[in-house]
Ligand binder design. Structure first.
Ligand code: GDP
Length: 205
C-alpha cells in the first residue's frame, strides 16, 4: 500500500508538541546525513526541505502517515553541526530530550548513518543516550548509491561487527535510487503491527 502523508505540526518548544495520539516513529541523524531526502522518498512527497543550511532546521516536524497501520513520522532536527552556538545546542538538546524522554507514544527511532562513514563519535553518543532512555533503535544507512553495490554486504558486516545498537539488521538505503526504501517501509509497517498486537521485538545486533 502506497503511503500518504501530510504535515501535522512543527514544534520549536516542548509546549508546542501535539497531544499523544497515534504511535510515533522518529528519524534522527547528523546534519546532512540525508534525513530530509529519506523522509521525502518514504512519504512520496517533498514535505521535508532538502539541502537546507546544515544545522538550520531546529524544529521537530510531525507527519501524519496513512498506511496499513496509521502512525506519525517524526523528523528530529539534525545534530553535529559544528558552527552552531552553545546556546543553540543546549536549546536543541532540551527540546529533543523533553520529547524523547517523555513521549509514551514514541515506539521506534530510526537512526540514520551515512553508509560511507559508519558511526561517528556523536552517533555513538546518541545511541548510548537513546539506549539509556529505553528506546528501540533501528540503524538505517543512507547514501548507499555512493558505494559500489558489490561492497555493500562486506561494509554492512563490518559496521555490525564494530558494534551498533539496532533492533534488527540495519537497512541500507538510498534516496537517489530508492534502494532499501520498500524494505524500510515494510519493516515499519511490520513493527507497528507487531507493537499493536504486543509481539516481542528482536534482540540487539
Ligand atoms: P539532511 O540535512 O540530513 O536533511 O540531508 P538532506 O536530505 O538535505 O541531504 C543532504 C545532501 O545530501 C543533499 O545535497 C542531498 O541531495 C544529498 N543526499 C541525500 N540523500 C542522498 C542519497 O541517498 N544519495 C546521494 N548521492 N545524495 C544524497
Amino acid at each position: 500500500m502506497r503511503w500518504r502523508a501530510s504535515l501535522e505540526a512543527t514544534c520549536f518548544a516542548s509546549s508546542q508538541l501535539p497531544p499523544e495520539a497515534a504511535p510515533e516513529i522518529a528519524i534522527a541523524g547528523r546534519s546532512n546525513v540525508g534525513k530530509s531526502t529519506l523522509i521525502n522518498t518514504l512519504l512520496g512527497t517533498r514535505l521535508a526541505h532538502v539541502g537546507a543550511t546544515p544545522g538550520k532546521t531546529r524544529s521537530i516536524n510531525f507527519y501524519s502517515v496513512q498506511c496499513s497501520v496509521p502512525f506519525r513520522l517524526v523528523d528530529l532536527p539534525g545534530y553535529g553541526y559544528a558552527s552552531r552556538s552553545k546556546t543553540e545546542r543546549s536549546e536543541w538538546s532540551r527540546l529533543i530530550a523533553s520529547y524523547v524522554e517523555r513521549r509514551r507514544t514514541l515506539c521506534l527511532i530510526c537512526h540514520l548513518v551515512d553508509f560511507r562513514h559508519g558511526l561517528l563519535g556523536n552517533d555513538r553518543a546518541l545511541q548510548e543516550w537513546l539506549g539509556d532512555c529505553g528506546k528501540a533503535i533501528l540503524v538505517v544507512f543512507t547514501k548507499a548509491d555512493k558505494i559500489a553495490r558489490g561492497r555493500h554486504r562486506t561494509m554492512l558486516q563490518h559496521y555490525v561487527k564494530e558494534g551498533l545498537r539496532s533492533i534488527d539488521v540495519p537497512i541500507v538505503t538510498s534516496g537517489e535510487n530508492r534502494a532499501g526504501i520498500e524494505e524500510l517501509q515494510a519493516f515499519i509497517e511490520r513493527f507497528l503491527s507487531d507493537s499493536a498486537t504486543g509481539a516481542q521485538g528482536h534482540p540487539d545486533h
